[in-house]
Design a protein around this ligand. Structure first.
Ligand code: ACO
Length: 367
């Protein structure tokens, strides 16, 4: 049975920064309150011309560059997002078209902030089963578009960004070692974005009622999160047959510094066993784990052979954890330039659109 290795990684962070002081000009809050309660100092906000797919594509290309893998070699693309570009088509299909992943299946996965763990596990299991060889998993968010900038209890929390992993099959042991995924829909009301779905299609009333914004019972989410972070970590480690002492780094979903602190206490681990960068990005939902992972790698906190735990929670309610041995690119003599496929992808897309148009002109209605 092949192993599923993480062989590439990349992020896309929009440049514009929104500080706590900036938010204090919009709502009744202040830097001290936000830092004390959440640990967040600033977050990045996508420009008007940047969308969930734009960030996803940038992160994907970087991940493919690290893996030294051509987009045409991908078998599967999973985009996980709490702010997908549309209900449909899937953001993953927009990415597939833009990067030129000509033979990849593509779909979106919705598990809120736990999405990256769910998606990585789905990709890894597809590789482990032997049905595919190369997968791209992306967490991408433009949550600022669903943030009520008049609601101080939520607008302080979220940020935009994207992160991606390439997963590849190899006979060498390692890679994704175990994962657990959980859900509890009885907590669905704790964190919602109600508008625009089939139950509350967009109307003047849904807009007036603010149903197109994130709504949250912060205290309920906080209690739930502190409960599940530690238990999921232990459960995933048990499945991998590993002890907590063997873990080099825990990379938690970056929602709130205090939640991570409480998880560390529960696990009786020092905080320096955790990667924390919520101060500079806020909560980027599905993108937070890969963004933190890439920073951990760049700072030398993980390297080939490191044992890492990813753990997260989110709306649904959902939560999960995944244990991996960090691999790195599979050695090969070939040298590919995934970014060069973008021009080819654009041309291909234009030709296919033109052919579809011509086909429409000449096709006869069949009864
Ligand atoms: N600035 C100043 N005061 C504020 C602010 C603010 N931004 N927001 C709320 N307050 C006030 C409240 O009105 C309240 O005042 P009151 O006592 O006079 O009524 C007081 O501060 C305390 O408010 P709480 O909501 O009780 O504050 P709490 O300590 O719970 O912190 C927070 C709020 C930061 C939202 C916290 O509950 C939290 O982090 N929860 C988890 C949220 C989370 O992680 N969500 C993402 C999940 S992942 C996903 O799926 C997207």
């Amino acid at each position: 049975m092949p192993y599923a290795h993480i062989t590439g990684w990349g992020v896309s962070i929009p440049e514009p920064v929104l500080t706590n002081e900036d938010i204090a000009k919009m709502v009744d809050t202040n830097d001290e309150w936000i830092r004390e309660r959440t640990g967040i100092r600033e977050r990045h906000i996508a420009r008007e011309d940047q969308f969930t797919s734009t960030l996803a594509v940038e992160a994907a290309i970087k991940a493919l560059q690290v893996a030294n893998l051509a987009p045409t070699e991908l078998d599967l693309i999973i985009v996980t997002s709490s702010s997908p570009e549309y209900i449909f088509p899937a953001t993953a299909c927009l990415v597939q078209d833009q990067i030129g992943a000509t033979k990849a299946g593509a779909f979106d996965l919705l598990a809120a902030c736990s999405g990256f763990i769910y998606a990585t596990n789905m990709a890894a299991q597809s590789i482990r089963s032997g049905s595919i060889k190369n997968a791209l998993v992306i967490g991408s968010e433009t949550l600022s578009r669903f943030t009520n900038w008049k609601d101080r209890s939520t607008c302080i929390l979220f940020g935009d960004g994207a992160g991606a992993f390439v997963l590849q099959a190899s006979e060498r042991p390692g890679g994704v070692l175990s994962a657990v995924m959980h859900s509890d829909g009885s907590g669905a009301d704790s964190l919602t974005l109600l508008g625009g779905g089939a139950r509350h299609p967009a109307t003047e009333l849904t807009i007036h009622e603010g149903k197109h914004f994130v709504q949250m019972d912060g205290k309920a989410v906080f209690r739930f999160a502190t409960r599940v972070m530690g238990t999921a970590t232990k459960e995933a480690l048990e499945r991998a047959g590993m002890k907590l002492e063997e873990v080099d780094l825990i990379i938690p979903h970056q929602a709130n510094y205090r939640i991570i602190e409480t998880a560390a206490k529960y696990l009786k681990l020092p905080l320096d066993k955790f990667m924390i960068n919520v101060d500079r990005y806020g909560n980027t939902s599905t993108a937070s784990i890969p963004i933190a992972t890439v920073e951990a790698f760049e700072k030398g906190r993980i390297k080939s052979g490191s044992k890492v735990v990813f753990v997260g929670f989110g709306a649904g309610l959902t939560w999960g954890a995944l244990v991996a041995e960090w691999s790195g690119p599979i050695p090969t003599k070939k040298h590919v330039h995934p970014e060069q496929y973008r021009l080819f992808a654009r041309l291909r897309s234009l030709v296919r659109r033109a052919l579809r148009f011509i086909e429409g002109l000449f096709s006869r209605r069949e009864l």
